[in-house]
Design a binder for this molecule. Structure first.
Ligand code: HEC
Ligand code: HEC
Length: 313
């Protein structure tokens, strides 16, 4: 079907070319390819093509000062984002939070987190104010962007932001964004004499997740075994046992604590597995059957126990 359409198209172009009408009719041939739609106009494309790149490419002409931005921000943004960018209620915070990224509850704001000022310009024009997106003029967007940068102490109060000086703005957190250098992301593409894809073997596997059918016989078993022995036991442990055993909660022996485990391990793996499956009331507390997760199979529990013993010797 596709081929016959293509043939027809070729014939059409050839016939037209022969008549010396090529340019005027190619557009027609294009539009009729799928039998619907039309070519977008320049204005329509311009309406969609509004992204701004980190170096400022794509910015429209214009400028705006921190001073102008202050009034605009107070009128159009502060009701949600707070007078100083601190966020009203649960609306997003736009300023502050420097130095909190490594904290347990990092405060990610334009100043503490965003790598490029272009995102602020682009986002503000594209999506804000929340109730009237794309209502700001270019100059208003420059002014409000300048003001939000000022709230984050990135520019001073005299600053006037413009298309020309935009690329001089450096965001504090930019150096912490870098290209992923792991080989599966950053590698040279093989262009000739490349390995037969069928000969490539998966070396790291997650039991129950990584498909193993494609591995050679033997290799599959080894990989599956290795995966289930450690990875699976660890996964079960993390899911159903760690809540108590990671920190010795409720009198449980802490995983990794050789003293707490010494005598227990001496009673034999078999006994420990049995008690973990059926549950056990000891001197220290209550070990619930299968850690309370009855959807685990006996093998699952055994692998978790093996993992715990291995960690606690
Ligand atoms: C009616 C409330 C409201 C107003 C007014 C408003 N915003 Fe927002 N703003 C939001 C909400 C909600 C989000 C989060 C949107 C989302 O995550 O999809 C947001 C997100 C943002 C963000 C991204 C924050 C982040 O860290 O992800 C910026 C920047 C921003 N607004 C700037 C502005 C500016 C500048 C104005 C004024 C021109 C403005 N907003 C006006 C509600 C508002
Ligand atoms: C609600 C907390 C809790 C959870 C969840 C839990 N355990 Fe325990 N576990 C205990 C306590 C308490 C003991 C110690 C009982 C005693 O000796 O007094 C224990 C003891 C053990 C022992 C040693 C038994 C012995 O004979 O000394 C093993 C093995 C064990 N747990 C395995 C597991 C495994 C595997 C899981 C997950 C499937 C798990 N536990 C989940 C609380 C928990």
């Amino acid at each position: 079907m596709y081929n016959s359409v293509k043939k027809k198209f070729k014939t059409l172009v050839l016939a037209v070319a022969a008549q010396g009408l090529l340019t005027s009719t190619v557009a027609f041939a294009d539009e009729s390819k799928y039998g619907f739609g039309r070519t977008a106009t320049q204005e329509e494309i311009a309406g969609w093509d509004i992204d701004i790149r980190p170096d400022g490419q794509g910015l429209p002409a214009g400028s705006g000062s921190v001073a102008d931005g202050e009034g605009l921000y107070e009128a159009k943004c502060a009701s949600c984002h707070g007078l100083f960018g601190e966020g009203e209620g649960r609306w997003p915070v736009l300023a502050g939070g420097e130095g909190t990224l490594a904290h347990e509850r990092p405060e990610k704001t334009v100043g503490s987190y965003w790598p490029y000022a272009s995102t602020l310009w682009d986002y503000t024009r594209r999506a804000m104010p929340f109730t009237a997106p794309q209502s700001l003029t270019a100059d208003e967007t420059y002014a409000i962007t300048a003001y939000v940068l000022y709230l984050n102490e990135i520019v001073d109060e005299e600053f006037v932001l413009s298309k020309e000086n935009f690329s001089t703005i450096k965001m504090p957190n930019e150096p912490n964004f870098f290209e992923d250098d792991r080989p599966d992301v950053k590698n040279t593409t093989c262009m000739k004499d490349c390995k037969d894809p069928a000969s490539i073997k998966v070396v790291s596997t997650i039991a129950g997740v990584t498909p193993l059918e494609h591995l050679e016989e033997g290799a599959a078993e080894t990989a599956a075994e290795a995966a289930s022995e450690t990875t699976h036991g660890k996964a079960i442990y993390n899911q159903s046992c760690a809540v108590c055993h990671d920190h010795g909660v409720a009198g449980s022996p802490k995983t990794g604590d050789a003293d707490a485990w010494g005598d227990r391990i001496a009673t034999g793996t078999e006994m420990l597995v049995k008690r973990a499956i059926t549950g056990y009331v000891g001197d220290e507390g209550v070990m619930p059957p299968k850690g309370g997760n009855m959807s685990l199979s006996d093998e699952d529990v055994a692998e978790a126990v093996h993992y715990m013993i291995e960690k606690s010797q």
